[in-house]
Design a protein around this ligand. Sequence first.
Ligand SMILES: *[C@@H]1O[C@H](CO)[C@@H](O)[C@H](O)[C@H]1NC(C)=O
Ligand SMILES: *[C@@H]1O[C@H](CO)[C@@H](O)[C@H](O)[C@H]1NC(C)=O
Ligand SMILES: *[C@@H]1O[C@H](CO)[C@@H](O)[C@H](O)[C@H]1NC(C)=O
Ligand SMILES: *[C@@H]1O[C@H](CO)[C@@H](O)[C@H](O)[C@H]1NC(C)=O
Ligand SMILES: *[C@@H]1O[C@H](CO)[C@@H](O)[C@H](O)[C@H]1NC(C)=O
Ligand SMILES: *[C@@H]1O[C@H](CO)[C@@H](O)[C@H](O)[C@H]1NC(C)=O
Ligand SMILES: [Zn+2]
Length: 495
Amino acid sequence: MLQLGLVLCCLTFAASIPDPRQREALIQLESSMQTGGQMVLTDAEQELDAHFFKMKQEEMARAAFPPAVHFFRARDLIRRSPIFSLLQEMPKGGALHVHDFSMVDVDWLVMNATYRPHCYMCCTDNQSIRFIFSSRRPKPLPRCSPWTLLEELRAKMVNSTDLDSSIKQNLTLFTEQDPEEAYPSQDVVWDRFEQTFAAVWGLVTYAPVFRDYFYQGLTQFYLDNVMYLELRALLPEVYELDGSAHDRAWTLKTYRDVTEQFKNQHPDFFGARIIFTVNRGVNLSVMTEVVEEAMKLQRSFPDTLAGFDLVGREDSGRPLWYFREALSLPAERGIELPFFFHAGETDLEGTDVDQNLLDALLLNTSRIGHGFALVRHPVAKDLSRKRGVAVEVCPVSNQVLKLVKDLRNHPAAALMSENHPVVISSDDPALFGASGLSYDFYEAFVGLGGIKSNIASLKQLAINSFRYSSLNPKQKIEALVLWQRRWNKFVSEHV
Ligand SMILES: *[C@@H]1O[C@H](CO)[C@@H](O)[C@H](O)[C@H]1NC(C)=O
Ligand SMILES: *[C@@H]1O[C@H](CO)[C@@H](O)[C@H](O)[C@H]1NC(C)=O
Ligand SMILES: *[C@@H]1O[C@H](CO)[C@@H](O)[C@H](O)[C@H]1NC(C)=O
Ligand SMILES: *[C@@H]1O[C@H](CO)[C@@H](O)[C@H](O)[C@H]1NC(C)=O
Ligand SMILES: *[C@@H]1O[C@H](CO)[C@@H](O)[C@H](O)[C@H]1NC(C)=O
Ligand SMILES: *[C@@H]1O[C@H](CO)[C@@H](O)[C@H](O)[C@H]1NC(C)=O
Ligand SMILES: [Zn+2]
């Protein structure tokens, strides 16, 4: 590799046209620093790379460049992109930042879950909806219309297409409307985010749906050529038709069992692990109890539970520092409970919220969820690099939640240009009208990466997804071997 010092000291500053060889050396130096810049490619990979390069040039020459357009409008453009088709087939490794109840597209929720017997729905006084499955008529909810049994309602209708599509719209942020009009501010989009979440809740926490939903989620990621998942999960009490509820251990055990079942049926799928999450709106005493429980669950399910995190909008929730006593308990007791904190998903520069990034690192986080604000924190950025604390970059999420409009301006573009430890993930694909991981890979590769990111960058991102995963060293090697086999097949099939 060229050394920066070497190149610079050879620069001559004569008053003439700069030496083209020096210029070429500097260009080479820069490309060698980007994500994948050190990767040595096989002949077949180079051939496929030339193909990618050509496609990218054509994509950039088009009038509407998808990464510059809001995802709701760009989705159709992306679906027609030949780069996207190739990325769908590409083995992408693992998805390390995905949330439990936004894994599966809402079509499945409506056409499968709400068509099951005993499904009741009510409309809240601010035009959202709630669901519950129950063997007898449930007690009314405050600020919600009387419960209607969907089976009866649909039976009375000639055609339930409109009902189904209005339910669908309640379960996702995606809209055919102008997204700027529908969501004029971060507050509006986050409000809808929370309403959507509440609407989905009664469907997905019903035990039979809970199991099938997770299985379906694994299926959708698997079909998108993702072979490993780290799922952030609230581990709620899951309920049965008679109103009885299971505890957190049951929920975690169910994740483990469904994963095993899925692996048996799909031997080239590597598995899934769970990051237990709690909403950052809780107070210190609740957090303390939850951390205690997390330590207990970690002991009972060491292979399934990867660690712990806080969720919910950072701007309106409590900062990590508020919870420092609770979050220090594992270290004080010498118990290993790895953290995977969301931090820096904000543009509130300089506030207590903005402090989360440094605090996450002080609390020894294993990765950083989003880290959108990282480039404004040189110390945090340096620590993240030196300690190999990878940033989980979720481009579609950041755009829909209004941190950035044009993904070419996403701060992680700078991180990728210097091979900062990053992984690409999809956060809440169903809420954004996406699915699996390919849309985010597309935005990262075409939008963040620009023309210079290449097949080596893609390969590096896939490898990073194992390297920075919570798997133990032996599992990492196994997963990489499995991935490499699929990668070679992908490359040879496409040259
Ligand atoms: C929902 O999906 C499950 C699992 O794939 C399937 O067994 C069931 O028949 C489906 N139910 C409906 C109503 O589509
Ligand atoms: C809608 O009502 C729910 C309670 O039913 C409340 O939590 C929520 O904040 C309300 N949302 C808006 C946008 O008014
Ligand atoms: C139901 O209604 C939708 C639009 O409201 C229409 O597109 C669809 O063809 C109808 N289906 C049937 C079976 O009539
Ligand atoms: C949610 O569903 C209700 C009832 O079907 C409907 O009135 C409302 O418009 C829907 N909300 C959205 C955001 O689509
Ligand atoms: C913390 O929150 C819980 C649940 O909302 C509540 O019961 C408890 O009183 C709160 N504790 C303090 C100290 O505020
Ligand atoms: C973080 O790691 C440092 C160094 O290993 C240790 O001293 C400290 O107690 C840890 N803190 C937490 C909260 O885990
Ligand atoms: Zn998230």
